[in-house]
Design a protein around this ligand. Structure first.
Ligand SMILES: C[S@@+](CC[C@H](N)C(=O)[O-])C[C@H]1O[C@@H](n2cnc3c(N)ncnc32)[C@H](O)[C@@H]1O
Length: 918
């Protein structure tokens, strides 16, 4: 269950009549406990309580439903119960159906409320559902609640009005939703004069059977589009006249409203009863856009970009600088004024803005700084000089663009209330401006200069109206002489395999003649390239969140050679980090943040350490791999240019599927008398190597073919291979191999032993899972192999140095490394090794193998699970690292950044030397 679903379940429980005996089970069920778990608790087998009538779920919660008026005493009983301590519960909870009290034993936080309100505290208990982003969710508890309620209403309305669910009418439905959100916000914030004016009007005026709810709402919408002076002649109903004139195109156009069922009406009244003052426009926008989006509805916006992550982009891009200027200005009125003027001319532009969260955060942070200036200058109530229209965006989806505008309007109002007081905020809020500054469209085909024109040119913006979905063209003047523009955002990543043909064409067009290989690029590259082109014409800096794959493997040289050629450099970067958000399915995405500039300013490299703290390091240059060092590109090398042993792909079967066996087939074959057991050999690809569970294969030399044919099973299998190859008439290799159906295409085997290196392996391991196998092992082409290589080569592959090198220069697939011999092994910079170095490394490799052996039959997967890695194995690796790293710098490296810096330095030397020798 995700947080929205839990909120829904908890709210439903709170609405039901209280049943003392059932409550603990229903409560746990609402937090996602399975019926089997509840059954065990109910039967008492897993109930660890020592308090009569209570339910204790180990490590989680101790619940007691008490007699009326005895809730405090019951909580005390739970607190003092030895079982609470012994079973390490996190929460204690007591309720009598009227009062509700709970405590987090670990943090000491408490909840004390009426029973009917306990659902408001669902965030308090989220760890019961194994949700780890509890803090984040608790901060957005209102937004989650509002989203879940609106979602229910939306789904009900679509069901009741199937014609509104069609593609053609979805914009109307979305527009209706935006109007509702505005009304809910307005009625709770005095924008509508009477409290709850909207919800109360619907409740009082529309019939309880919901037959005319749509008409009442429609009349309210109509009123809000008509100036007060014209209302008489437009026959606005008396109750409609209480609503203000809103304008801003939000209520213009059709006022048609979907018909309501009784359930939908009650949902609407329920949503209206929430306190919409608490809305976070940055978070809510991202969540609510999911309600209207079929694809996203499942996760209900849980993958929104968190505020700390947005600030990782905006702070280094320009907010840190503004704050620094503010601090430097101290109380100097002139300097403060200059800073305020500067801010009034700053534009923030997000060309994939979604519901505008980057823009909203940027706006809110700038208002905070402006307020400090005003306070220092004694101008506390001064109107803001930061125009909302300086926060510009492009967004493909109409509803998201609409929500972005709404979110910015709400943010402006909230900032006005915060910094200038409710009275002044209200005085200037309505009517809304009719300007449009968030454009619905495709950022890769639109001209960014028309959306966000360069300073001082007086260009007029062509765009659609503020809230009208049809693209009526409106113009707004944009006078921004001397201003700076900051481009930011989190554009769609989309790897090459998932791009549509249209998207591929868009990329090709943007890069034009500058790159012929755009097919290998992620879609996000288009935003980088367009931003660079924009930078060439304007005073602007850029920072995007991006998949880290644009800084790895083959994409690096394709993208960055073009960018660097435009004299644009990386101003700051966050090296790869896990993009945590509230959507469980999305938790694995690894991203980078990359800032670009044409200025000669300091460069800062950020990283996130094991304690999740941000570390910043100033460096001279950041290269395309996001490593301090010169701008270079690692190119594939066909062979190592030092002592390293050649690494090759395993044996390709080439349609010899019938020669491969699972363990049962292999065992059965071995029992056949006429088969020499040496014909059946263990077969390792990446997975088999990591799980230590080989498949098997029939491995015959040409001489053994005749013998094999004497067995019917073997004969049949070999004949199948012949047929499979023969059927590939257009494949020349397959045709050549028809006469060798008894074997794989490749025939590489070891005399003594071999090293197997998985191609795909999880990036979560601290070391790459190389393994040593006996000479009978056959390596499949889904892994790399080194046959009879000196063992010190294993010490290199198993080192932390090699792991970080591979993680940086090879491609990653989602959260997996994809090893490459030409890009990762042959290029791995290695100082000249002495005989003694090789002997020492042979010893450390042996120690790693011995440590693994001690844990037999644990597999590589077991042993290298970062949470469970045995201490002696970790020590053996640390020893290996120490010996190897001393060869590089005479001591152990401090961290991975230092490792990479050294490796890149060596690579530069290595390649310049090669060039000189050529
Ligand atoms: C990863 S989301 C980021 C949105 C928002 N900043 C957030 O954090 O939720 C990317 C956004 O880009 C939009 N998008 C996708 N392709 C686009 C295109 N070609 N032009 C403009 N926007 C696009 C998507 O609709 C989505 O809202």
């Amino acid at each position: 269950m995700n947080a929205v679903e839990i909120e829904e379940a908890v709210s439903e429980l709170a609405l039901k009549p209280f049943e003392a005996e059932e409550f603990p089970f229903s409560f746990l069920e609402a937090f996602g406990n399975k019926s089997t778990t509840i059954k065990k608790l109910r039967s008492g087998t897993s109930n660890k309580t020592d308090v009569e009538g209570a339910i204790l779920q180990r490590n989680n919660i101790h619940i007691l439903t008490s007699k009326e008026g005895k809730v405090t005493e019951s909580l005390e009983t739970l607190r003092n119960s030895p079982s609470t301590q012994k079973s390490k519960v996190e929460f204690i909870l007591a309720t009598d159906g009227l009062d509700f009290q709970a405590e987090n034993i670990i943090t000491g936080e408490t909840v004390v409320c009426e029973y009917k309100d306990f659902h408001n505290y669902f965030g308090f208990f989220l760890s019961l559902a194994n949700i780890t982003t509890v803090k984040q969710i608790r901060e957005s508890a209102f937004d989650i609640k509002a989203t879940s309620r609106l979602n229910k209403l939306f789904v009900e309305l679509l069901q009741h009005n199937p014609d509104w669910a069609t593609i053609e009418r979805r914009p109307d439905m979305n527009h209706f939703l935006a109007r509702l959100i505005f009304c809910f916000f307005a009625e709770d914030t005095d924008i509508f004069k009477d409290d709850n004016l909207f919800t109360n009007t619907i409740q009082k005026i529309s019939d309880p059977d919901a037959s005319n709810t749509h008409e009442v709402i429609s009349e309210i919408f109509r009123a809000m589009d008509i100036k007060k002076k014209d209302r008489e002649k437009e026959n606005i109903k008396v109750w409609g006249k209480k609503f203000p004139y809103v304008n801003g195109e939000l209520f213009s156009g059709s006022t048609e409203v979907p018909k309501f069922s009784k359930i939908a009406r009650s949902y609407l009244l329920h949503v209206g009863s929430l306190d919409w003052k608490q809305i976070n426009p940055d978070i809510f926008g991202s969540m609510i856009q999911a309600v209207a989006d079929e694809d996203e509805r499942g996760s209900l916006g849980m993958h929104y970009t968190s505020v700390p992550n947005i600030l990782k982009v905006l702070n280094p891009l320009f907010l840190d600088d503004l704050r620094e200027q503010l601090e430097k200005a101290e109380d100097n009125s002139r300097k403060l004024l200059n800073l305020r003027n500067r801010m009034a001319h700053i534009r923030v532009f997000d060309p994939a803005c979604g519901s505008g969260n980057f823009l909203v955060i940027a706006y809110k942070e700038m208002r905070k700084i402006e307020n400090e200036i005003n306070v220092k200058r004694g101008e506390i109530n001064k109107a803001s000089e930061i125009p909302l229209t300086n926060f510009r965006g492009i967004e493909l989806k109409g509803f998201s663009a609409e929500v972005a505008r709404l979110a910015l309007i709400i943010a402006e109002y909230q900032c006005d209330v915060l910094y200038r007081g409710q009275r002044l905020a209200l005085a200037e809020f309505l009517p809304l401006d009719a300007q449009n500054w968030i454009v619905k469209g495709n950022a890769l085909t639109l001209n960014w200069l028309s959306v966000c024109p360069p300073t001082g040119t007086g260009v007029k913006l062509q765009g659609d109206d503020l809230f009208s979905t049809p693209l009526e063209q409106a113009q707004i003047d944009f006078d921004n002489a001397g201003g700076e523009t900051y481009i930011c955002g989190n554009p769609p990543y989309i790897g090459r395999k998932k791009q549509t043909d249209e998207q591929k064409r868009e990329l090709k067009k943007i890069f034009g003649n500058r790159s012929k290989d755009t097919l290998s690029l992620d879609y996000v590259s288009g935003w980088f390239m367009k931003a660079v082109d924009y930078m060439n014409l304007t005073n602007s800096d850029v920072a995007f969140v991006s998949t880290n794959s644009v800084c790895q493997g083959i994409q690096v040289s394709v993208l960055w050679s073009v960018i660097f050629a435009e004299k644009v450099n990386i101003s700051f970067a966050y090296q790869s980090f896990k993009w945590s958000n509230l959507a469980s399915y999305n938790a694995g995405v690894t991203v980078s943040i990359i800032g670009l500039t044409k200025k000669h300013q300091k460069r800062t490299l950020y990283s996130i350490n094991a304690k999740e703290e941000i570390e910043a390091k100033e460096v001279d240059n950041i290269n395309a791999y996001l490593v301090p060092g010169d701008n270079l590109f690692i190119s594939k090398a066909n062979k190592p240019n030092d002592d390293k042993f050649p690494m090759q792909f395993g044996n390709h079967p080439y349609y010899a599927n019938e020669l491969m066996l699972d363990s049962v087939e292999a065992r059965n074959l071995k029992f056949e008398k006429s088969i020499n057991n040496n014909f059946i050999r263990p077969l390792y690809g990446s997975r088999e190597c990591i799980t230590d569970r080989p498949r098997y294969c029939i491995w015959l030399s040409d001489d053994e073919k005749e013998l094999a044919y004497k067995n019917d099973v073997l004969k049949q299998r070999i004949e199948q291979v012949r047929k499979a190859r023969a059927s590939k008439t257009k494949d020349k290799q397959a045709q050549k191999l028809i006469d060798y159906p008894h074997r794989f295409r490749d025939q590489h085997v070891a005399e003594k032993e071999l090293l197997v290196i998985p191609i795909v392996s999880s990036e979560n391991r601290d070391y790459l899972p190389v393994n040593l196998k006996a000479s009978d092992a056959i390596i499949h082409n889904k892994a790399f192999a080194m046959y009879d290589a000196p063992l010190w080569n294993m010490a290199l592959i198993a080192s932390r140095l090699h792991c970080v090198w591979i993680g940086t220069v090879c491609v990653r697939m989602r959260t997996d490394f994809s090893y490459s011999n030409t890009l990762g092994w042959n290029t791995f910079p290695l100082p000249t090794l002495t005989q003694k170095n090789k002997e020492d490394l042979t010893t450390t490799a042996e120690e790693i193998l011995i440590a693994r052996e001690r844990h037999f039959p644990a597999t590589i997967a077991d042993l290298y699970d970062p949470e469970k890695m045995p201490e002696d194995l970790r020590l053996a690796h640390e020893r290996n690292d120490e010996v190897l790293e001393r060869i590089y710098i005479g001591r152990k490296f401090k961290n991975d950044t230092e490792r990479l810096e050294k490796l890149f330095e060596l690579y530069t030397k290595m390649t310049t030397k090669e060039l000189k020798n050529e």
